[in-house]
Design a protein. Structure first.
Length: 467
């Protein structure tokens, strides 16, 4: 394959730093990592390893294949990035050359996860001189194509776009020495089995590369992939009692279906939500909740599977940048999201899939932080609780809220039928714009402080702002 000198690239780390600071101490130093990798770890202020890192990194750094069972927020991304960068740098040092085509290859189930992984790679690898490219559908085709023409060391992306570039011979994989299949269960749930097989068949043989696979669960298809495309992998599993992240205060409320939204308003008025995510089981319900929140004076964004890619990315950026404190999501739309500092999760609907419960509440209390997860169980979805509690192997603390827990709905006449009419009118008018509204209480403080949807402390009610 052709060789190219290392040169400037927008996805490559800036100035190289030979070593971390002498007075810096970290558990990662025990792993004898390259100084350039340690310097990136220091930049991120990682001083202690997470459980998955302690168990997986020694095996991965020894060059062995590995299957890791770990949910989001456990440090698995840093695990495979540290191992991959270390192995690539070691190979460069041994061979004394820089290749044009990628040596690292990371498959992600969603655009958002691919973008987030790429961002973490650029930060962690900023002192290594490695070049990182990210590839996903929906936009930026020419920019992605140019990054391949320039040359990259690590390719990160979704199966569809990666396979597309491979078939055009734009993404050449003969030099791949390190493969990561991230969130394998989600990749398979989303129907990527055939694409995965097509990609993995094109890579160097499993004996000629190192492969890591991470997943929250390992069903039959994932095990078949591991058998066919991994070389005698070791298995690292998080104990079942730790399947939900520590630091999450879980609360379950039993409530009538017709009273759920008033309970949601009550929670939002009592609690200071800096950055919260609200989950519904359908995109129709997610849209309904969002519009009701706006009509009650709350700012909220909407993330559903039918958004265009540009709108989706804009909503996520606005949420991350604090333009609105609440993001209402459907499960399909939210998979693979990595958003820092989410303080509260509210399951407006009890999820139908036990794994979705773990993925939802795992958006908070990430890597040592704390968070709160509320679940509102009505007669429609309460029967899903048994499977969830069996899966997480414990009971979720539950309660029946008293009348003080509910708030007045200032848009009580706006029911699901009115919402369907509203959605139809938007589609006729402008294609359904308006995801990410203006509804934070007008006072700028907590909803209960002067602009939310419920009763004021003096007992009076406030006029909602219509959106």
């Amino acid at each position: 394959m052709p060789h190219r000198p290392v040169r400037g690239h927008h996805d490559r780390g800036a100035a190289k730093k030979d070593k971390p600071d002498k007075n810096w101490h970290s558990e990662f130093q025990k792993l004898h990592l390259p100084d350039e990798v340690l310097a990136g770890i220091q930049d991120l202020d990682f001083t202690e390893m997470t459980p998955i890192q302690r168990e997986a990194l020694p095996t991965a750094l020894a060059g062995e294949d590995l299957i890791g069972q770990a949910q989001t927020g456990t440090g698995k991304t840093a695990t495979f990035l540290i191992a991959m960068m270390t192995q690539i740098l070691r190979a460069e040092q041994q061979k004394g050359e820089k290749l044009h085509d990628p040596r690292g290859f990371i498959l992600s189930p969603t655009r958002e996860l691919a973008i987030q992984t790429h961002k973490e790679a650029v930060i962690l690898g900023r002192h290594t001189g490695l070049r990182f490219g990210v590839f996903y559908g929906g936009k930026d085709y020419r920019r992605q194509e140019r990054s391949l023409e320039d040359g990259i060391d690590v390719a990160i992306g979704t199966p569809g776009r990666m396979l597309d570039f491979m078939r055009q011979n734009l993404l050449r994989v003969n030099d791949v020495q390190f493969l990561v299949i991230d969130e394998a269960d989600r990749l398979l749930d989303m129907g990527f089995y055939e694409e995965l097989n097509a990609i993995l068949r094109r890579l160097p043989k499993k004996e000629e590369r190192q492969s890591l696979m991470f997943s929250a669960t390992f069903e039959q298809k994932a095990r078949k992939l591991a058998t066919n495309y991994m070389n005698r992998p070791s298995f690292v599993e998080i104990e079942p009692e730790n399947i939900t992240a520590e630091g999450i205060d879980e609360k379950l409320f039993h409530v009538d279906r017709d009273e759920k939204f008033r309970l949601l308003l009550g929670i939002l008025q009592r609690v200071s939500v800096d950055r919260g995510m609200i989950f519904a089981n359908t995109k129709l319900m997610a849209g309904f909740i969002t519009e009701k929140l706006k009509r009650n004076g709350f700012e909220a964004g909407l993330l559903t599977g039918d958004l265009t890619q540009n709108k989706r990315l804009r909503v996520l950026e606005d949420f991350k940048n604090g333009k609105f404190p609440l993001l209402v999501c459907s499960d399909v739309a939210s998979r693979g999201l990595h958003i820092d500092d989410v303080s509260h999760i509210i399951n407006y609907d009890v999820p139908s899939d036990a794994e979705d419960y773990v993925h939802r509440i795992g958006r908070t209390a990430r890597v040592g932080k704390t968070g709160v997860a509320y679940t509102l169980a009505c007669d429609e979805y309460v029967y899903n609780l048994a499977a969830i509690e069996k899966y997480i192997q414990r009971h979720i603390p539950s309660d029946i809220p008293d009348e003080n827990a509910f708030a007045e709905d200032m848009a009580a006449n706006y029911d699901i039928r009115a919402h369907k009419r509203h959605e139809r009118s938007l589609r006729h008018k402008d294609g359904g714009a308006g995801h990410g509204g203006r509804g934070r209480p007008r006072s700028g403080g907590r909803p209960g402080g002067g602009g939310g949807g419920g009763r004021s402390r003096s007992g009076g009610s406030r006029r909602p702002r219509r959106s």
